[in-house]
Structure formats: structure tokens, C-alpha cells
Design a protein around this ligand. Structure first.
Ligand SMILES: [Zn+2]
Length: 419
């Protein structure tokens, strides 16, 4: 039976680490106090979780979400299509959406994320095109307060090119953490990049830009790197799809600039595989940034899902293991690299303290029923326990019955040709 949550946990027993080692884990409030051989904590008093049959990972962090857009696909019923068509479809809906609607969808999305093991989320927030441009910020500030103690939520502004700086700056009084924006979509992408970075410097908050989200459009990341090279403010960029299409020599120069400026790069496979490549029905390019080159160069890299069930991505499970699966399948990362990008790597890019099953780390943990870390990605079992700062915040117990045919029965059917 699942206990009432949240629940402070003192020990995790019998879990396997990602490398296969069976361990017991002692927690001391919000941090991991000790990792012992499995069985070492048997019989100790306190609240313990039996994790025999589970793999224990760092909890997921979603580094790039759009909680204000999530779960609108079925209401909007847009035609399937590329980024410009998704922007147009959402714009029409957003004019009528209000603070209550945004908060409601954000709550439901965060609930799914938490259930699947995500304990930190960074969401971009649009300025509403309706009469109340700051409705999204008020909604998400309220939802952040409601989820305090369950997950960490960061908010990034996502202005349109006609959002005036005075309105943009008001978002920071309403709890926005970082300047965002999609300068590659504005009429002068380099001037737009400068305008956004100027604002970040003026407000003193850092920037997380939507960068170069097209297969053949402008490149703003070079300018971001040039400007951020002397920054001590937080800095990251999402999408960066254009990098995946560059010639190797062009890419090498840009990747080096990104590394020297220490810009964290956030790849978003599910949404960009969906949005990009509609005009290439054969040999369709994969809309994923150049993850291998970035990793090999030592750039800090994260991965997330971006949109969930809205005009930008009709599907999505709010599941870090879904993103990890796509990183292996579509970006050719190793399973260990994939798990890093949706866990430790994402936390690093979000500026959060280290977490996971290691002594001294924050006890933000995800236990998934699986025999190995790779199997956890492959089967993505719904059987999961999720801890945030040492407290159990989600537990899912799967009851499943399968009428597996007896071997003899299968043989008989085959022999008689009935199969
Ligand atoms: Zn985005």
C-alpha cells in the first residue's frame, strides 16, 4: 500500500546502482549520508523503502518545459506541422487563455512529471498576447508556491519581438528567474540576441535563450558565446538544432566558443524530432543538436522534452526515461550518457546542487523497477519511487497480469499450424 505523501525516508534497502552494485542507502534529512553494501541497514529503526528489484538513479530534471502551453493539443486540435504553424496555432488559443487555465494545466503537468521522477523543472513562460501579458507569470508563481517542498521550479521569460522592455522587466518582480527569448525568430537575430542579453545584464539574472531552432536558419549562438565569455551570470541555450546541420569544421569553431563561454546546451529530442524536417519527407534530418561533438568538447549538456501535448508536440509522457530513450536511439548517446543528460547533467545546467545516490549529495532520487540502468530506459516501468530532498514525494505501484501461454500450448499450436 502507498503511504500518505510526502513522507520522510531514513533508508533505502536493496536497490541497485546504475553500475549494478546492490546497496543500502542511509539518508540524513535532505542528503545522502552513507552508501552501504545491501543488507547492512537491515533491522535498523526508521522509515525504510524496500527497493529490491529497483535501479536507483538521480532524479530527473526537466531543463526546458513550457508549462503554460502544456496539455492544449486536444483543445486546440491543430493540424500536425512545423514550428511556424505550431506558433500560429498556440497564439490564437493564448489570446483567450487566462491565469486560471494556465495554472490548472501547469499543475496537472507537474503532477505527471513528479510521478515519473522529475524533481526539478525549468519552464519558459510566454507573455500573453491577450489583455493581461503577465497572466502566465502570476499563474506559475502561484503553482511554484503550491509545489514548494515537492520539486524545484525555475521560470524563464519568453518575450515576443514586440514585448516592450518595461513589461519584460515586470516579470522579474513576479518571480521570473532568467531572461529568455527566441532571437533566431526575430527580424534581426543578432540585434535581438544583444537586446535580450543587455536586459539580462541590466536585471542581473542571466539568460536561457531558445537558440537556432531550425535546420537552415540564422546562427545566434556565436554571438551569445561572444557576449557571455566574460559573464558570471547563469547562461544556457535550448534547442540549438542548427548545430546538428553544420559542416564539421564550422561546428568545431562554434562548439569551442560555446565551451569557452561555458554556455550549458539543452537538447530537446522529442519536440525537435517532431517540429523539424517536414519539408524533407525522405532522408529526414534529425532535429537534434550536435550532442556528440558538444559532449566530446566538454560542454555542459542537458536534455529535456520541451513541449508536452500541445501544438509543438502532440505527444510526450513527462518522463525523463522517454527523453533518455530518444537520446540513445536518435542521437546515438550511450545509455549512461543519456541518463546523465536527463539527471546530473540537467541539474548542473540548471545550477542546482549535485543530487543522486552518492554520499553528500541531495537525496533527489528515482527508483525504477528494472534489472539494469539500460533496462530502466528500455522498459520505463511505471513502478517507481521518487524522493525530493529525502522525502518520498511520489510512488507508483503497478499491478499487472499477463496470460502468458504455457510452453506446451505454444508448441502444440505451432505443430498444428494454428499459430
Ligand atoms: Zn522551448
Amino acid at each position: 500500500m502507498i503511504p500518505a505523501l510526502p513522507l520522510r525516508i531514513d533508508a533505502l534497502r536493496g536497490a541497485r546502482l546504475a553500475d549494478g552494485t546492490p546497496v543500502d542507502v542511509r539518508l540524513d534529512g535532505p542528503v545522502v549520508a552513507a552508501i552501504e553494501p545491501a543488507g547492512a541497514l537491515d533491522g535498523e529503526p526508521g522509515e525504510a523503502l524496500d527497493l529490491d528489484g529497483f535501479v536507483l538513479l538521480t532524479a530527473g530534471a526537466e531543463p526546458h518545459a513550457h508549462l503554460d502551453k502544456a496539455l492544449t493539443f486536444d483543445v486546440i486540435a491543430p493540424p500536425l506541422g512545423d514550428l511556424p504553424s505550431a506558433i500560429a496555432a498556440f497564439h490564437t488559443y493564448a489570446i483567450t487563455s487566462d491565469e486560471h487555465d494556465i495554472a490548472d494545466r501547469a499543475r496537472r503537468t507537474l503532477g505527471r512529471m513528479l510521478a515519473n521522477g522529475i524533481t526539478a523543472v525549468r519552464s519558459h513562460v510566454n507573455f500573453s498576447p491577450g489583455p493581461d501579458p503577465l497572466a502566465g507569470f502570476r499563474a506559475l508563481q502561484r503553482v511554484r508556491a503550491e509545489f514548494a517542498g515537492l520539486l524545484d521550479l525555475q521560470l524563464v521569460t519568453l518575450p515576443a519581438d514586440d514585448t516592450v522592455d518595461e513589461v519584460h522587466e515586470e516579470a522579474f518582480a513576479l518571480g521570473a528567474d532568467l531572461v529568455g527569448g527566441a532571437p533566431h525568430l526575430w527580424p534581426d537575430p543578432i540585434a535581438a540576441t544583444d537586446r535580450l542579453l543587455d536586459l539580462a545584464e541590466r536585471v542581473g539574472v542571466g539568460a536561457d535563450l531558445h537558440a537556432d531552432e531550425s535546420l537552415d536558419g540564422p546562427i545566434t549562438l556565436g554571438r551569445f558565446a561572444e557576449r557571455a565569455r566574460s559573464w558570471s551570470l547563469p547562461r544556457s541555450a535550448g534547442h540549438c538544432v542548427r548545430l546538428g546541420m553544420l559542416r564539421e569544421d564550422e561546428l568545431a569553431v562554434l562548439v569551442e566558443a560555446i565551451r569557452d563561454a561555458d554556455i550549458g546546451i539543452i537538447g530537446l529530442p522529442i519536440t525537435n524530432l517532431y517540429l523539424q524536417g517536414w519539408d524533407s519527407p525522405v532522408a529526414t534530418p534529425r532535429g537534434i543538436t550536435a550532442l556528440r561533438a558538444l559532449i566530446d568538447a566538454g560542454v555542459r549538456v542537458a536534455a529535456g522534452a520541451d513541449n508536452v501535448r500541445d501544438p509543438f508536440n502532440p505527444l510526450g509522457r513527462c518522463d525523463p526515461l522517454e527523453t533518455a530513450m530518444l537520446l540513445v536511439t536518435a542521437a546515438h548517446l550511450t545509455p549512461a550518457e543519456a541518463l546523465h543528460l536527463v539527471g546530473d547533467g540537467a541539474r548542473d545546467v540548471l545550477g542546482l546542487p549535485p543530487a543522486g545516490p552518492r554520499v553528500g549529495a541531495v537525496a533527489d532520487l528515482l527508483a525504477v523497477r528494472a534489472d539494469s540502468a539500460t533496462e530502466a530506459i528500455a522498459f520505463a516501468s511505471a513502478d517507481r519511487y521518487v524522493l525530493h530532498a529525502g522525502r518520498l514525494v511520489a510512488a507508483s505501484v503497478l499491478e499487472q497480469r499477463v496470460a502468458v501461454p504455457a510452453r506446451e500450448a505454444v508448441l502444440t499450436a505451432t505443430e498444428t499450424g494454428a499459430a
